[in-house]
Design a protein around this ligand. Structure first.
Ligand code: ATP
Length: 675
């Protein structure tokens, strides 16, 4: 039974209307969520808590939601946690008066820094009872920690963490806890530390919070009229919020609007707006042009060149547009014509990387184009030969504080979609219509701005020619997209069946390359003794928030790269694997060193196989604990534009594996992989 529809008993008697939300109450909910694996229960605990916030302290709904999804702000604000273990250990030691050695020993034994903090805090006798932590206070404290920069930043971060920890678990201090029993307990110190590490590990996915939030608000609204929502009322609220969030992924904008206008009026009040980046639509890999023809049989589609650069979502509002940027990202470019921003695939603000693009952008805009959001690829450009350059060239461009006059790697922007124009969201318009608008609103300028090359054809030979031409002109292959009807609408954050990618170099392999997280390394042998010679890689399982190992890799690295990697990785060595790493426990399978999860690498493989040594998608393939692993993996490049959580997912890997199996065994089609 959905508990959110049940009990009316007040589970937090100390929390009175209008008073700040106690952090302890949120931790009690976290603990309940941690103790169950049942989806409905998780969602119910979450929604019940949010209903309580709505009833008692609605003005703190926003920080509550943010802490539940383990974020401090929308992605484009660039405020992130993921604090390294060594700083956290230092803060635990200093705030609880236990020696760093004790903390390190505990960490070796327990393996979960959150529990180490809980234990240390519970051992500490306190003279006076600190003021209880509040949700808003913890959010503010974490925000301060995340945004500290400049000289002495590390020390000041430690101070910030100490401040939070010294106020945590006031009720338990000095009592001691039994770690085994208290694993899922509601310790505030535990959840603060996990939040700092960037992983709450409650099994609480963001989409569950979104659904719970919609339900809670609908319950709350209807309760005011003495009514209880029906299943269809809840579904309506849920669909509305999901759809609004996909166009405007910013709780900072949505939550106040929900409270002001009510959930059912949200669509009218919250639409895609320049200034808030959307999560980009993604494509499914295909292995051949015939597969494309099979998938799109009977439909009209278009084949665009697949440029090899980095994704760039460009937002612009002219000064005379009678419209403002919803939220101006920190590095917004301002010209006499308007305000503009460039965001990455990750919704990271790239404006500091591209001052040259921001400066020229107003010159590409036709008279009458007042505001827009473009989906583009930014590609390195050879000004002498007048052609695109490989991605590797783009990588040599500085990422931050770029001065326009010092730029050596020029880029050309290739626009392939338009999502918003002159005050109107276009995501629910056909691609054919969007493209017309795109062509009509901009001027192409050679080497600066162009509309992606395309051909609308269903003919296999013509597609083959387009593919060959795209490769000859330095592209990776083709993006094939449905042209008409709802199937051609822009689907933010979805890996869609309606966008297919055909890359030149995977026509013969398993399909796409993989993006994997580096978890560990082995010391090199022979010539490579001063660096790491091989690495342990993992995919990500968003359902469990775990990294599941998938292969060791030692191929594809030049000596120069090995040296750079050694420098990067030695900064983030940790003593033992994080509790959210899933790997074989066999002695001979352990790497020489473990790392914080930070770097994502693109890797190619010959094929996939099952192995007891690795854990990738082990639950999904259900083969007695064996995971999927890569045969003959090869390093391609670092993916600085991807966060570890954006690595290939276990589900994607399971899908690739079953596709490979279905080729050999002729099984049916495999599962989908939408967010
Ligand atoms: P994925 O985004 O699928 O996880 P990825 O980031 O490695 O993986 P690919 O799958 O190789 O990217 O291809 C999709 C990317 O191709 C887009 O994110 C975009 O940056 C780029 N791209 C280049 N040309 C186009 C185009 N015409 N249409 C859409 N995307 C394009």
């Amino acid at each position: 039974k959905d508990a959110s529809q049940g009990t009316t008993k007040d589970p937090y008697p100390d929390w009175k209307p209008g008073e700040p939300v106690p952090y302890a109450a949120l931790c009690t909910t976290f603990s309940k969520i941690e103790m169950t694996t049942k989806r409905l229960e998780i969602s119910a605990h979450c929604s019940l808590f949010l209903r309580q916030v709505l009833r008692l302290t609605p003005q703190e709904l926003l920080p509550t939601v943010l802490l539940m999804i383990n974020k401090l702000a929308a992605d484009y604000a660039g405020i992130e946690l993921g604090i390294g273990e060594s700083l956290i250990m230092k803060a635990i030691s200093e705030s609880t008066g236990r020696s760093l050695q004790h903390i390190k020993n505990d960490q070796k034994e327990i393996g979960d820094l959150g529990l180490v903090a809980a234990k240390s805090r519970s051992k500490q006798p306190t003279m006076f009872k600190p003021k209880p932590l509040t949700v808003a206070g913890v959010h503010k404290g974490l925000m301060a920690i995340a945004t500290i920069e400049g000289q002495g930043a590390q020390g000041r971060k430690v101070d910030g963490i100490k401040k939070l920890l010294s106020a945590a678990d006031a009720h338990n201090a000095g009592k001691g806890i039994d770690i085994e029993k208290d694993k899922g307990g509601p310790s505030e110190a535990k959840y603060i530390v996990r939040t700092l590490e960037g992983k709450l590990r409650l099994g609480l996915a963001e989409r569950t919070v979104v659904v719970a939030l919609a339900h809670a608000l609908r319950f709350h609204e209807m309760a005011q009229d003495g009514k209880t929502p029906s299943t269809s009322d809840l579904l309506e609220a849920e669909t509305t919020l999901k759809s609004v969030y996909s166009e405007l992924p910013s709780y900072e904008v949505i939550v106040p609007a929900m409270l002001e206008h009510g959930i059912l009026k949200l669509k009218e009040n919250c639409q895609l707006q320049p200034g808030v980046p959307l999560k980009p639509m993604l494509a499914k890999p295909t292995k051949s042009i015939t597969e494309v023809l099979d998938r799109f049989e009977g439909k009209d589609f278009t084949c665009e060149y697949k440029y090899d650069g980095e994704r760039a979502q460009i937002h612009f509002v002219a000064h005379d547009a009678a419209l403002e940027m919803a939220t101006e990202a920190p590095a917004a470019g301002k010209s006499d014509k308007g305000v503009s921003n460039i965001f990455s695939r990750n919704s990271e603000d790239l404006s500091k990387k591209y001052p040259d693009v921001l400066a020229k952008l107003p010159t590409w805009v036709k008279e009458g184009t007042k505001s827009f959001v473009l989906d583009c690829e930014s590609v390195a450009w050879d000004i002498v030969e007048k052609k695109v350059l490989p991605f590797q060239q783009l990588q040599t461009r500085k990422r931050k504080d770029v001065k326009a006059e010092e730029i050596t790697v020029k880029v050309c922007i290739f626009a392939f979609d338009i999502l918003y124009l002159n005050g109107e969201a276009l995501v629910k318009m056909s691609l054919r219509e969007r493209r017309e608008l795109l062509l009509g609103a901009f001027n192409e300028v050679e080497g600066e701005f162009a509309i992606a090359q395309y051909g609308n054809t269903n003919d296999l030979d013509e597609i083959q020619i387009l593919l060959d031409d795209s490769v000859k002109s330095g592209c990776e292959g083709l993006m094939v997209k449905m042209l008409d009807g709802p199937g051609s609408y822009y689907e933010p954050s979805k890996r869609s069946q309606n966008w297919l990618k055909v890359k030149k170099d995977y026509l013969a392999g398993v399909g796409d390359s993989l993006d994997l997280v580096v978890l560990g390394a082995y010391y090199g042998k022979g010539k490579r003794t001063s660096w790491y010679g091989a690495f342990l890689l993992a995919c990500y399982n968003p359902a469990t928030e775990k990294y599941e190992t998938i292969c060791n890799i030692g191929t594809g690295f030049s000596e120069a790269i090995l040296e750079t990697l050694h420098n990067q990785l030695s900064e983030i060595v940790i003593d033992r694997p994080k509790p959210f790493y899933s790997h074989s426990s066999g002695n001979k399978d352990q790497p020489d060193v473990w790392f914080e999860p930070r770097y994502v690498w693109e890797v190619k493989t010959a094929d996939l196989t099952l192995s007891p040594r690795y854990k990738a998608a082990a639950d999904e393939v259900a083969s007695g604990g064996k995971g999927i692993s890569l045969r003959f993996p090869r390093f391609i490049k670092g993916r600085e534009d991807k966060k570890p959580e954006m690595a290939s997912t276990s589900r994607m890997i399971a899908e690739m594996y079953s596709k490979q199996e279905s080729v050999t065994k002729n099984k049916g089609p495999s599962v989908d992989d939408d967010f």
